[in-house]
Design a protein. Structure first.
Length: 258
């Protein structure tokens, strides 16, 4: 049955089953003007909030109140770009699963109503199989100790990232990013990335994009998300594109604000 489910998940789009795309906006929690504008986008656009951002608690509550999906955007050590050199809130590769779980528990208190986790940077961490195994083990510990379930979205900041693969092996619903919308934040480059997102979704049935709270990105999404229906493409919450875990556990339901 699991094999059938995965085949159906990856089937190309058809007339009866439109291509599906999900959009996640990363790096929220710091700039009030930019972040607030992101919360004006279609509610199916998810937000990934860095837990040490001063605005993290307020933004996460606001987003959940909109019925918008919230992810913890967890800093992990990178290779070329490594915020962890000056950020005390990164998860370090050598930590034990218990220490990682305690850190994740702190993050869930900062980013309230989170139902998923994705990595901020992390190219060094996510290619270290032992570190990734400890991280996914800590996510399982978080559920067993505190009752908090998270799906895992691999931001896929480097080829060879093991995060999605190891998360599935550990029994966690998981997925990975296919397109970065604004690696180059110029409007022409964003438009090209958007076309690539739609092409990937049509080919494989679904695709996930990650963007950032740049003015150019938000303006592009404001203008182009409403046009998806006429292109035969459906925007869905990112949790809808998480592959089921091998043990059949469902994606965690959104924890809505009261």
């Amino acid at each position: 049955m699991l094999a059938v489910a995965l085949i159906l998940f990856c089937l190309p789009a058809t007339a009866d089953q439109p291509a599906r795309v999900a959009v996640v906006i990363d790096d929220l929690g710091y700039l009030q003007t930019n972040d607030r504008r992101v919360l004006g986008l279609d509610e199916r656009v998810a937000v990934a909030i860095i837990p040490d951002g001063p605005l993290a608690p307020t933004l996460s509550r606001h987003a959940a109140g909109q019925q918008r999906e919230v992810l913890i955007h967890m800093p992990l050590p990178g290779i070329l770009h490594d915020d962890c050199k000056y950020r005390a809130t990164c998860i370090e590769p050598q930590w034990t699963p218990m220490r990682m779980a305690a850190h994740l528990q702190w993050a869930t208190q900062r980013v309230e109503h989170a139902i998923g986790l994705n990595n901020h940077q992390g190219s060094r961490f996510t290619t270290d199989g032992d570190a990734v195994n400890r991280l996914v083990g800590s996510i399982d510990l978080l559920e067993r100790l505190h009752g908090t379930r998270l799906f895992v979205l691999d931001s896929y900041t480097v080829p060879g990232s093991l995060l999605k693969q190891q998360a599935r092996k550990a029994g966690l619903p998981s997925g990975r990013r296919h397109v970065f919308l604004d690696h180059d934040p110029q409007p022409e480059a964003i438009a090209k990335a958007w076309k690539s997102l739609i092409a990937v979704a049509r080919e494989r049935g679904s695709a996930i994009a990650i963007g950032h709270p740049h003015q150019t990105t938000v303006e592009f999404l404001e203008n182009h998300i409403p046009r998806l229906d006429e292109q035969g493409v459906e925007l869905v919450p990112v949790s809808h594109l998480m592959e089921p875990s091998p043990n059949g556990l469902p994606v965690p339901p959104a924890d809505r604000a009261p």
